[in-house]
Design a protein around this ligand. Structure first.
Ligand SMILES: N=c1c2ncn([C@@H]3O[C@H](COP(=O)(O)OP(=O)(O)OP(=O)(O)O)[C@@H](O)[C@H]3O)c2ncn1[C@@H]1O[C@H](COP(=O)(O)O)[C@@H](O)[C@H]1O
Length: 109
């Protein structure tokens, strides 16, 4: 079985950033500038929230895919590679979310 990962999708987005906007949704989104891509990301997030509130499992899967795709477009556009996000997530595995939050509150004035 071929395992498809977010790294594969990020590589597709990178390749499509050099495509013709007429043939590539990714390129047309990137050409729209950071505000358009960020707005689409926000829209997809809201659509996922609605699906989650409705408990619509199929919509949750579909909207999650839309959200992840648009997140990767925004990361590409921002010059913030997926590898850095994954490294940050990996760093966080060293402690629980409760511990991280407690440490943040202890250090804040
Ligand atoms: N995974 C995706 C993907 N997920 C969602 N979308 C697009 O994201 C858009 C979602 O926007 P909406 O649901 O709001 O629909 P819409 O009203 O048509 O969107 P807008 O006109 O408002 O932008 C749709 O046009 C979807 O086709 C995606 N477009 C591309 N990909 C991947 O990117 C690859 C390259 O695509 P192109 O750049 O188009 O060649 C594809 O082969 C896929 O692997």
């Amino acid at each position: 079985m071929i395992e498809f990962t977010l790294n594969d999708l990020a590589a597709i987005i990178e390749a499509r950033s050099r495509a013709d906007a007429a043939s590539s949704y990714t390129k047309s989104l990137l050409d729209g500038g950071p505000a358009r891509a960020a707005k689409k990301l926000g829209e997809e997030a809201v659509e996922l929230v609605i699906a989650a509130l409705q408990g619509d499992r199929d919509a949750i899967v579909s909207e999650s895919a839309d959200l992840l795709y648009h997140l990767l477009v925004v990361l590409h556009q921002s010059g913030a590679p997926l590898a850095e996000v994954l490294a940050e997530l990996e760093r966080r595995t060293a402690q629980s979310g409760h511990e991280e939050k407690a440490a943040r509150h202890k250090n804040s004035p």
